[in-house]
Each structure stands twice: as C-alpha cells, then as structure tokens.
Design a protein around this ligand. Structure first.
Ligand code: C2E
Ligand code: MG
Ligand code: MG
Ligand code: MG
Length: 283
C-alpha cells in the first residue's frame, strides 16, 4: 500500500514504522526486565467520605521505576502491556502487593480497603478470581479488603462471562467499582443488569463543575438515577474546594483527587493519614 501511494510516502512512512517497532521492542524488553526485577510500585490515593470527611478507602495506582526513565506513569505503558499480554504477570504482582499491603495495614490496626484496577484483557483469564482468593489467603487476612475497578470496556466483549467473574469477586467480599463512568456509551439503566456497587464519575465531568451548569445538571441527574438504582457514587479528580463543596451539597458520597491528596507510596500515605488524625480531620 505504501508503494502504491508513491515514492514520497514510502520514504516517509517506513522510518516511522521502524521507529514505532523499535520503540515497542525496547518497551517489551524493558518491561520484561521490570517484571523480573520487581521495578513496579503501587501508589495509593485516598477516597474521602464527603459526609464525614473521613477516609473511606484507597485506590492502588501502579508506577514503573524505570532505570533509564525514572518514575513512569501507567498511561505510558499499561495499554502496551494489555496488547502484549504482559498485563497478566503484572496484574498478578499487583494483586499480591495489594493483598499484602492490606494485610500489613490490617495488622497495624488500620482497616483500609484497597481498590485495584483490572483491565478487560485481564478478565479474559478466568483464573484471576482464584488467583486473588489465594493471594488474599496467603496474605493472612481472613476476608478480602480488595475491591475491583473495571471500565465499561470489560463488558463489551463477553458480558455474560464478565458478570460471572464479578459475581465470583463479590462472593469473596470484593466490591465492584465502575471506573471512568460517562466516557463510554452505557447509560445508568443499562448498568442495572451488572453486579456493580459503586459508580466513579469520570474526572472530565468534575473539573470545574462549580462553574459549569451543564456538567452540574448532568451529574445531578446521574446521581438521582444512581440513588434509584442503589449505586454509591464517587467523584474522581476533585482539585478545588469549590468542586468539593458543590459535590457535597448535591449529595455525592465520596470524592478522590489532588484536592485531598495525590497518589502516594505506602509510607507517604501513612504519614498523610497521621497528619490528618493529628488535625482531627479524619478519625
Ligand atoms: P483511573 O483508574 O481512572 O485512575 C485515576 C487517575 O487520575 C490516576 O492517574 C490519578 O493519578 C489521576 N488523578 C487522581 N486525582 C486527580 C486529580 O485531582 N487531578 C488529575 N488531573 N488527575 C487525578 P494514573 O495513576 O496516571 O493512572 C491512569 C490510569 O491508568 C488509571 O485511571 C487506570 O485506568 C490505569 N491504571 C493505573 N494503575 C493501574 C493498574 O494497576 N492496572 C491497570 N490495569 N490499570 C491501571
Ligand atoms: Mg481506577
Ligand atoms: Mg478512575
Ligand atoms: Mg479516570
């Protein structure tokens, strides 16, 4: 096709392709090494109960400590690992790490639930539920403190299979959160047939909501429907006090965002929690 398009295209197209392929090969090699050498780390970002101002849970967000590139955000490698299948071993490490962290906190008297992000590709591997169950058992906590964040894309391929896996996760005590709601195509009424507990409103609706009437009425109506259907609602990406005040006023249950805290390594999160306790912001 490049040849048909003429000499000029051929010359421009090929080096670009090579560059992309080279980048993929490099990434693949580096990520395999990263798995072997355990270069990943989980950061934790608090979810706050808007009614009480207290900590509700944390979301685990992966980071890659690359030798050459420093701390790499998931946006730069997760999609690639989904395509190459590397998300399977990475996801396994992640479940183990989260289960271990929840057990450590539990031992030290902190009852903190951790939600982990699971991509559609990972749900194709139905062994995932048993893996999590075993990892939780090995970590030493009796019941799971792990919740699951999924996006709508998880249901597109094989809805029946995805629902069955969610039921199994729920049987072991996990809650199901629907991530990035509003960016996909489903309406809330379509979601009632899925065993979901919590809806996370995407950041794109929350940013500047105190000044955006359209976003306000949208979030109000989503909230009304969510109430009718029995879903809990979380607002993601709150950055200002005004956004928080608006969300609180209309009755959104929980909020998460830089206004409260950025995602942090476990020790930094513990220090953050200590500070809050001292300030009596969180009991
Ligand atoms: P997400 O699950 O929707 O996570 C929320 C993202 O929003 C995080 O980005 C978080 O740092 C960011 N965020 C939180 N509060 C604010 C805020 O107030 N303002 C702004 N501007 N951003 C905020 P992060 O950590 O870069 O993660 C990006 C995405 O990568 C996640 O979106 C999730 O889809 C994916 N991801 C992260 N960790 C994992 C993982 O362990 N496994 C899988 N499969 N995906 C992951
Ligand atoms: Mg998430
Ligand atoms: Mg999210
Ligand atoms: Mg999001």
């Amino acid at each position: 096709a490049a040849k048909e398009a003429g000499k000029h295209t051929y010359r421009v197209f090929l080096p670009e392709m090579n560059q992309k392929v080279a980048k993929y090969i490099w990434l693949d090699t580096e990520l395999r090494k990263a798995i072997d050498e355990k270069q990943f780390i989980l950061f934790y970002q608090p979810l706050i109960n808007l009614c009480t101002g207290r900590l509700h849970s944390v979301e685990a967000l992966i980071r890659w400590r690359s030798n050459s590139r420093g701390l790499v955000a998931p946006g730069e490698f997760i999609r690639f690992t989904e395509e190459s299948g590397l998300i399977i071993p990475i996801g396994r490490w992640l479940m183990q790490e989260a289960a271990w962290q929840a057990a450590r906190w539990h031992e030290s008297g902190l009852n903190i639930r951790i939600s982990i992000n699971i991509s559609a590709r990972q749900l194709r591997d139905t062994a995932i539920v048993n893996q999590l169950r075993e990892l939780v058992e090995q970590s030493g906590t009796a019941r799971t403190l792990i919740d699951i964040e999924l996006t709508e894309s998880s249901f597109i391929e094989d809805e029946k299979a995805a629902i069955e896996l969610m039921r199994q996760f729920k049987q072991m005590g996990a809650r199901i959160l629907l991530d990035d709601f509003g960016t996909g195509y489903s309406s809330l009424s379509q979601l009632t047939r899925l065993p979901i507990d919590v809806i996370k409103l995407d950041r794109s609706f929350i940013t500047g909501i105190d000044q955006n009437f359209q976003a306000q009425s949208l979030v109000r109506s989503v909230l009304g429907l969510a109430r009718a259907f029995g879903f809990t609602v979380v607002a993601e990406g709150v950055e200002t006090e005004r956004e928080v005040q608006f969300l609180k006023d209309i009755g959104v249950d929980y909020a998460q965002g830089f206004f409260y805290a950025r995602p942090m390594a476990a020790e930094a999160f513990e220090a953050w929690l200590d500070d809050k306790k001292k300030l009596r912001l969180i009991a």
